[in-house]
Design a protein around this ligand. Sequence first.
Ligand code: NAD
Length: 351
Amino acid sequence: MTTWLVTGGAGFIGGNFVLGAVGDGIRVVNLDALTYAGNRDTLASLDGDANHVFVHGDIGDRALVAKLLAEHRPDAVVNFAAESHVDRSIDGPAAFIQTNVVGTLALLEAVRDHWKSLEGEAKQAFRFLHVSTDEVYGTLGETGKFSETTPYAPNSPYSASKAASDHLVRAFHHTYGLPTLTTNCSNNYGPYHFPEKLIPLVIAKALAGEPLPVYGDGKQVRDWLFVSDHCEAIRTVLARGRVGETYNVGGNAEKQNIEVVKAICALLDQRRPREDGQPRESQIAYVADRPGHDRRYAIDASKLRDELGWEPKYDFERGIAETIDWYLDHQDWVKRVLDGSYRLERIGAAA
Ligand code: NAD
């Protein structure tokens, strides 16, 4: 039976990844520090499932990681654990350096030592996959796309910390031979997304009749990737990616932020019209731009397509419609995040 040690598996992408993997019969040891972004409600359907072992702990705890590796002998480690919100990194960069850089280093050291102790087929097949972001490449003008050879030029404390972690992963491959893989993906969206990020934030505020904050002129461009497509890309790279390589993952769905907000308004107006019949676009409120806000990201994912045959299944129209339907059907999940009750329970259930 395949076993993976997944870090950050109570977060948005990690949670979707763990649900999919356990659903496919893979045994997952899920190490998560349950920061504000960790939500065990997301994993509630796995309660009592012997193929999901939840461990409340920090990737920076090298002894704990070493113990988990020795005990569960995973075939791979998939690292999602991170501080992930750009705005929070502007207010307080230190936590980002602590987890994304110092924490990743401790994790790498524990994984390297474990991998060295393996022999034969187990050592040959072992992989460490690091999940990273396209934000490490900085910003684009009107044209062009990020490829795997684009020089790193991070502009926020978040992207700088992720860039540092990518370099550490690269160094552990070149220096110690650790069989690493790195994926750099664009903005994800979909179910279980914490409502501080653009799409779930706008859905929540639109439904509550509140102003919809849009940074600057709203014309910043992001390449939107539906989360299940991202999870599938990670599994593809894990199964067949070339050791030591990095792969860009994108959704072929470039949209301006204002287009995304207007699309959400239009879909919600159809599905759940406001009581006064007014269009939700009237709630849009432009606010001062984020300092250092990158203008445009776009991903060239042709390496992943040509080498490993992965392509996104979702276009933006389908993805955003499914996302809105999911949020409308899971208002209880959103409510428990917004009122903070998701943090009060279940922590005690940690192994
Ligand atoms: P998230 O913030 O929703 O989840 C992060 C998870 O990591 C949380 O469950 C949190 O509790 C956990 N965590 C934080 N610090 C930890 C630590 N020290 N030890 C163990 N667990 C810890 O993030 P996400 O959006 O799911 O992103 C997952 C990964 O994907 C991150 O590495 C992020 O940089 C990367 N990424 C995200 C996006 C995106 O659009 N969300 C895009 C590109 C890359």
